[in-house]
Design a protein around this ligand. Structure first.
Ligand SMILES: [Mg+2]
Length: 241
């Protein structure tokens, strides 16, 4: 790991949130699993939901796109509905909102601590005057950042709420990383992006970032490189002096 680039040499560094700054992925995985196991049982859907479904259909995507993708894999089709559908509604949006209720309950009851190595890197970049931003597909980004106590470190948060308002396409499309760079006033060709999801690494690469850092939290270093990461680490502490 002696050949890692110096992240402070880039104009800006844009961080994914879930799985990069905070171990939210575990909370999300647990919430998705609980929700889909109940739904599959109630509707008699097979084969059963597994952890593989999470990485294949849900990880890094906008909530409703993930629901639609997973249901499609089981040949189940329901109406799309509307984002303000009640969580009891049997629509893509209603089912997505149902999962969100489970997630919010877990987050509130258990809280969340940022990864120490990620926090150390963010603080080091800030001390060196490098602008940092959050680029997340999640509509819970503000809530997660607040629960982790790190919201005030980021001038820009490009999240699922902003993306929906501005009609930006979901990762792996480049839109959200381009939008985050624009909000920060940074040129992607002189900036770095940090991602743990395949769709996210592909998004940052498609957006033309000079450096895409993959953080391997389980999806695999080779898969992250294939998706677009230039370098892959297990922990962002590797970039801290
Ligand atoms: Mg992520």
């Amino acid at each position: 790991m002696t050949d890692l680039p110096d992240l402070s040499s880039y104009d800006a560094v844009l961080f994914d949130l879930d799985g990069v700054l905070t171990p939210t992925a575990e909370v999300h995985m647990h919430a998705w699993q609980t929700m889909f196991q109940e739904l599959f049982a109630a509707w008699g859907i097979t084969p059963p939901y597994t952890e593989h479904d999470y990485f294949l259909h849900l990880d890094g995507k906008k909530r409703y796109d993930g629901v639609a993708s997973l249901l499609r894999s089981r040949d189940v089709e329901v109406p799309w509905g509307e984002p303000d559908d009640d969580p009891s509604a049997d629509t893509v949006c209603g089912i997505g909102n149902r999962k969100n209720e489970v997630f919010a309950r877990v987050l509130r009851s258990e809280g969340i601590a940022p990864y120490p190595g990620s926090l150390a890197l963010v603080d080091q970049l800030r001390e060196k005057g490098v602008p940092v931003a959050v680029v997340s597909s999640s509509k819970n980004a503000e809530e997660v950042l607040a629960a982790a106590g790190i919201r005030d470190r980021f001038a820009v948060v490009m999240d699922g709420v902003v993306a929906e308002r501005e009609n930006l396409a979901s990762k792996p499309a480049p839109d959200v990383f381009l939008g985050g760079a624009r909000m920060l006033g940074a040129d992607p060709a002189r900036s770095a992006a940090v991602e743990d999801a395949l769709s996210g690494a592909a998004s940052a690469r498609a957006a033309g970032f000079a450096l895409v850092v993959g953080v391997d939290r389980g999806v695999g270093a080779d898969a992250l490189r294939a998706a677009g990461a230039h370098v892959v680490v297990d922990d962002l502490a590797a970039f801290v002096d």
